[in-house]
Structures are given as structure tokens and as C-alpha cells.
Design a protein around this ligand. Structure first.
Ligand code: TXA
Ligand code: MG
Length: 375
């Protein structure tokens, strides 16, 4: 299976349970995120071309890339992530002309959206061509595509000169990785290479926009907001995270509730800030007396007053600085997990527009539906 690979990656170990072979060694390659060295990019591109797995930074989160038109390479992604085969992947390209090979006919919105938001954190779902293997799309007749803006991602895909299927480079249902260390936490030994380009800037995954139905629909909110898309497509709508028709789970399985979750049990508190903070600390104190370890996610300006020293507090940024909150969210969840915290309490951040929509969507999923409304 790995016979084509050179060097230490030829050695494989058998994972009896899953009947797959992992490469023994995951190589880590540090590259300058703004000016990646061409030899480094070429090393990653060569691995992708011959069917291996390369994790790389995008502007949103780290992706786990494989040759999108090579079914066995794509199957390796699912094996490495323990991802269910019915969850389709995003195909990453470096130029809009690569759409011709992947899609049947272009919905009218694609070109204006692409010229406004590509390269960038917008994924568009279109009818797929027969060149796209069903492994990529989970058997759907549609394909999700984006052009990432990160210089490493962009250079890597251009050098490989193939479309690159890449989900977030985490184990299935864990928070997406925003640093190379997060990728190694989940996938060390399972993939060939991690390109370390430092922290990603956006911090939450791309906006997924379905252009195959009668009305353009945002399936997953992200940094390209509904307001931004509405300026190009006035009739765009958004699937609500709380009210979700039962068939959507099948249409875009990544939308299932428990997703992006920490290992700790997370509860999300919604309501007026002061009332929420009081309730948070009361509930944390309660759990502490029952012997549980607690972490709380807060904004910089949140004042808890007196609270037990054993509570671990992580601050994400200023309440109104949604860019910062989004950029820090997943690494905060992973940091609390790494400390072995059993319970995480978090609050929402007033605003329900712009990037806050994506932040709240991820918080609700991380909480797997455990939401307390404080009045
Ligand atoms: O920012 C991102 O989008 C990152 C980086 C690496 O590009 N990728 C990412 O991939 O988040 P992943 O696999 O973790 O999430 C892909 C999402 C899932 O919710 C999936 O269900 C949806 O896109 N998706 C993929 N193909 C689809 C399709 N044909 N129709 C509807 N939804 C699709
Ligand atoms: Mg993911």
C-alpha cells in the first residue's frame, strides 16, 4: 500500500483492529507561513501526488490533504481520522479553472462569489462531475470546493497540480486543529507529513454554501458571513443550528450536533452576561464540591468576582473582538482537555451577527446540545 513511498515512511506497522497500515513516522516540516520555501512545498506536493497524506495550514484550520482523484488516497484520510465514510470532504483547488474538471455545470452564483471571496474561507457546494470519486463526496452527486488563501496551502496545491481533498486534520469529532501541535496530538504516526506554518488566523472552519438547490443555503457558518454573501446573492438563507430539518444530517453529515467537541463535557450558558456569570460560578462551585475538575471559557472583561482557586479559567479575547474569539476557541478547548478538565462551562457572546454566528455554532456543537438559558 505504501510501497511507492521513499525513506522511513516505507516501514509500516499494522493496526490489527482497523486493518490499515499507518506510516511509522510523521515528518514535521516548518515553513515560513508568508514565504514558504519552494523545496519544502515540493516535498509535500510529491507526497500528495503519490497518494500520501499531508497536513497543512489553511487560513481557517489545518487540513489533512490527499489526492482528491485517487480513491485509495482518499480512503486513507477516513482511516487516519476515524471518520465515518458518509461525511463528505471539501476539495481544495488553487485556481477557479480547476472547477471545470470537478463540476457539471456552474450555478450562476459561483463566479461572482469566487471573484469576491476566493481565495478565502468560503466553500461552495455544486453538482459534481464523474471525475470526482464517490469516496470524496460520500456518494452524493454534489461536491464541495474551495480555494484556500493561506500561502502554504495555496503553494502546496499549485505545486501538486492536483485537486486536494482535505477535511480538518483532527480525529473525527475532536476540535479542529489550529496549530501543527494539535495535528500531531491526534494524527502522529498516521500521516506522512505535517507542514508547520504556525497558528491559523481565522480559527473556525470555512463557510459551507450549498448552491445546488432553488435557494442558496449556508450549511455551516464561517468567516464569510451571511451578510457578506447576501451582498452578492440577496436570497441566501441560513440553516438554523437549533432548528434543523431531519434530512440535513444526511445531506451534510458534518452538521450533526455532537461535533468539534472537547473530551470534557461542555455546557453552554446563554443569556444576559451578569446573570450568566453568576450562574456559571454557582454551577462550577457545585461541581467542584462533587469532586469534578472544572474549566470555564470567558471573555477578557468578564469579572467573576470571588471564585474557587481550583477553577481553571481560559480567556478567549475581548467580547466584541470576534476575530480573536474565533482564533482562540479550538486551542482553548484543546488546552483544557490536555489538562484533564472533566467539565467545561462556556458562555455565548451577545451579538448574533457576523462572525459571532459561527462562534456560537461551534460552541453549541462543542456542547453537544447541553445549553442552559439563564434569564
Ligand atoms: O475550513 C475548512 O473548511 C477546513 C479546511 C481544511 O479547508 N476543512 C473542513 O473540512 O472543515 P471538514 O471535512 O472538517 O468539513 C467539511 C464540511 C462538512 O460539514 C461536510 O459535511 C461538508 O463540508 N460537505 C462536504 N461536502 C459536501 C457536500 N457535497 N454537500 C454538503 N456538504 C458537504
Ligand atoms: Mg472537521
Amino acid at each position: 500500500m505504501w510501497a511507492g513511498l521513499a525513506g522511513p515512511r516505507q516501514d509500516t506497522q499494522r493496526c490489527e483492529q482497523k486493518q490499515v497500515r499507518w506510516p511509522h513516522v510523521t515528518e514535521v516540516l516548518r515553513l515560513d507561513p508568508s514565504h514558504p520555501a519552494a523545496e519544502g512545498i515540493e516535498q509535500g506536493a510529491a507526497i500528495l501526488r503519490r497518494g500520501g497524506l499531508v497536513a497543512f495550514p489553511t487560513e481557517t484550520v489545518y487540513g489533512l490533504g490527499a489526492h482528491a482523484l485517487n480513491p485509495s488516497a482518499v480512503r486513507r484520510i477516513f482511516a487516519a481520522k476515524d471518520r465515518p465514510a458518509e461525511d463528505p470532504l471539501i476539495v481544495h483547488i488553487h485556481h477557479i479553472r480547476a472547477l471545470a474538471e470537478l463540476t457539471e455545470d456552474l450555478p450562476p452564483g459561483v463566479k461572482p462569489l469566487a471573484s469576491r471571496f476566493w481565495p478565502g474561507p468560503l466553500t461552495m457546494v455544486m453538482r459534481r462531475s464523474r471525475a470526482v470519486p464517490p469516496e470524496v463526496t460520500a456518494g452524493l452527486d454534489t461536491v464541495a470546493v474551495r480555494i484556500p488563501a493561506h500561502p502554504i496551502a495555496h503553494a502546496l496545491i499549485a505545486a501538486a497540480a492536483i485537486p486536494v481533498a482535505a477535511p480538518s486534520a483532527n480525529l473525527f469529532s475532536r476540535p479542529s486543529p489550529t496549530r501543527a501541535a494539535h495535528v500531531l496530538e491526534d494524527l502522529n504516526g498516521r500521516i506522512d507529513l505535517v507542514i508547520d506554518g504556525g497558528s491559523t488566523t481565522v480559527g473556525v472552519e470555512s463557510t459551507v454554501l450549498d448552491l445546488t438547490g432553488p435557494v442558496p443555503t449556508i450549511l455551516r457558518p464561517g468567516a464569510v458571513t451571511v451578510e457578506m454573501i447576501r451582498a452578492v446573492l440577496p436570497d441566501v438563507t441560513m440553516l438554523s443550528t437549533s432548528v434543523r430539518p431531519p434530512d440535513v444530517g444526511m445531506k451534510s453529515p458534518g452538521l450533526l450536533l455532537r461535533h468539534y467537541s472537547p473530551r470534557a463535557e461542555m455546557t453552554l450558558y446563554e443569556g444576559p452576561t451578569q446573570a450568566v456569570l453568576e450562574r456559571l460560578i454557582a454551577d462550577a462551585t457545585n461541581s467542584l464540591t462533587r469532586g469534578r475538575s472544572i474549566g470555564i471559557l470567558l471573555a477578557d472583561e468578564d469579572d467573576l468576582g470571588q471564585y474557587p482557586a481550583a477553577v481553571r479559567i481560559v480567556r478567549l479575547g475581548r467580547e466584541r473582538d470576534h476575530e480573536m474569539l474565533a482564533a482562540n476557541l479550538y486551542s482553548a478547548l484543546r488546552a483544557l482537555d490536555a489538562e484533564g478538565v472533566e467539565i467545561i462551562l462556556a458562555r455565548t457572546f451577545a451579538d448574533e451577527s457576523g462572525l459571532a454566528v459561527a462562534i456560537h455554532d461551534r460552541l453549541r456543537r462543542a456542547a453537544a446540545g447541553r445549553i442552559i438559558r439563564v434569564t
